[in-house]
Design a protein around this ligand. Structure first.
Ligand SMILES: Nc1ncnc2c1ncn2[C@@H]1O[C@H](COP(=O)(O)OP(=O)(O)OP(=O)(O)O)[C@@H](O)[C@H]1O
Ligand SMILES: [Mg+2]
Length: 151
């Protein structure tokens, strides 16, 4: 599952630009990732609201990689950005603890408790989210945001 990620939705004839960064698993770098992501999204033509959504989503994904995935590992995690003229695909990949991603529960918003909201927030802000995780091997969270009207 940790093989090189492809541009899953690559449309024929369209060129997909690929931009990647390797990030130390320290919370102080999350803001660097937010700013990098913001710069890419802005250059692509996303509006301010969409850019804010993408920034929140990437910050939640990075925080999970750092806090849950790599908590006891002294390792970097990777972010891949696949860019074309209709969407951005962002992969956040850690080779950390992994988890049972098929057992993610929807948070009970009527009786909010602390924590357990990050993935739900990512799903609400992005157009598509896919999580592939394997215990002991790591996690890949892939999220897609389309330019233009929200779908
Ligand atoms: N990259 C990851 N590696 C390992 N486990 C993860 C990863 N991402 C998420 N998880 C697991 O999924 C759970 C839900 O993640 P989510 O971001 O929704 O909530 P949280 O991180 O516990 O709390 P919050 O994001 O609201 O502070 C986490 O508690 C953790 O067990
Ligand atoms: Mg979280």
């Amino acid at each position: 599952m940790m093989e090189n990620t492809k541009c899953i939705e690559k449309v024929e004839k369209k060129v997909c630009d690929h931009f990647s960064i390797s990030v130390p698993n320290k919370p102080e770098y999350v803001n660097v990732v937010r700013l990098t992501t913001s710069a890419i999204a802005s250059r692509m033509g996303f509006n301010i609201e969409q850019i804010e959504d993408i920034k929140v989503a990437i910050a939640e994904a990075c925080t999970n990689a750092i806090k849950h995935g790599l908590c006891n590992h002294n390792q970097n995690f990777d972010i891949n950005f696949f860019i074309d003229d209709e969407k951005i695909i962002i992969d956040v990949i850690d080779k950390g603890t992994g988890f049972a991603s098929n057992e993610i529960e929807k948070p009970d918003l009527t009786s909010p408790k602390e924590g357990g909201l990050g993935i739900f927030i990512i799903q609400s802000l992005m157009d598509k989210v896919e999580i592939v995780s394997e215990i002991g091997k790591g996690t890949r969270l892939q999220m897609i945001k389309y330019l233009g009207d929200d779908i």
